[in-house]
Design a protein around this ligand. Sequence first.
Ligand code: ARG
Length: 462
Amino acid sequence: MALWGGRFSQEADQRFKQFNDSLRFDFRLAQQDIFGSVAWSKALVTVGVLSQDEQAQLEQALNELSEEVTANPHSILILQSDAEDIHSWVESKLIAKVGDLGKKLHTGRSRNDQVATDLKLWCKEEVIHLRQAIVELQKALVITAEQNQNAVMPGYTHLQRAQPVTFAHWCLAYNEMLARDESRLADALKRLDVSPLGCGALAGTAYDIDREQLAGWLGFASATNNSLDSVSDRDHVLEILSSAAIGMVHLSRFAEDLIFFNSGEAGFIELSDKVTSGSSLMPQKKNPDALELIRGKCGRVQGALTGMMMTLKGLPLAYNKDMQEDKEGLFDAVDTWSDCLHMATLVLDGIQIRRPRCEEAAKQGYANATELADYLVAKGVPFREAHHIVGEVVVCAIEQGKAIEELPLSELQMFNSKIMIDVYDILSLQSCLDKRLAKGGVSQKQVAYAIAKAKEVLDMNK
Ligand code: ARG
């Protein structure tokens, strides 16, 4: 029986019931709903609705129910029920356990403040898990960076070899993105850590409950200020979805870079057998499926964010059933982000860098052309002019199928007489790297500093 049967004389059409019910996905809020119910029962004692003894009975029954759910989280018990949603399910189970006393629990409460509270409690827990998963991936990146400080490879702009970098520097770039992702979640947490419980359906509860005390029992930092806002606010869903959307964009770029590095054309890395699969037809293939799926799954997370934005757009205050649409997209986006973070960590675990191949590629593509321009600048040639001269040198080298450093000094001097024998030192890969000494650059010193700093922040020095 539905919670609201009294006003109705006709049974709901089964097709409508299936369309309307949310238990098949909101069963994931079972523990939060039970936890919130225990706190609410305590609040009802403070306003004389329940006696201490009655509250103790309810709390015991709710704790039992919580244990049953823990033992079987994807409980068939839950899914076989025809309860409309998780709130109705918990209430009906409670009534089955303690009889009429269970019917007192919903006094002064509405499913509107209840669902808002449950979902915020769920978000708070998930934020902890997601932040841990991000930090694990950051640690894997820093370890990979530490092991590959001397692994020189081409850096790209426009997917054209631009200047040499190191694999370590590449790893640390993603570490920065992940640090921002983590801080976005930490920031979202500050705003969502406010309890809506005790706001009733929309206008506030008619019982004089100390909502700050209730918020404290639930582990929230404080209680919300406005009841209309509290039951209709889903900013936390949007903020977590935005964080997930940005985080997945980062992971998709990470995946794409590695897919390219792993390609036959680049051949910079070799992925572990643990995260690749074969082709059913072509025996030679070893496909980077884990990375392709990370890249591909980015789409559904962007979809969840856009979907929720559109659902909330133009919704009148306060609660509307449209808002039940908040859960499936959020659950899927959080699961997807978390899975992809774990998978990215696994990919790094067995990665091999083919250093000779990386170095060879870094030497090609005239990645040291900027060095020659800087050399001329040091000899007093204005940069714009130096840029032009080096452009001509590169054309000449390309025509001969040579690298700049393979051109004899006499030939280089035809482009500018200030070029001397010391030019060959500055054209070396090592010199290209070493010169990037300013903060954030690819010089060995800066990369070592960045690794040390990251290890400190991530608490890796134990
Ligand atoms: N299943 C609903 C949801 O997820 C719970 C709140 C229902 N409230 C109501 N007034 N029908 O949004």
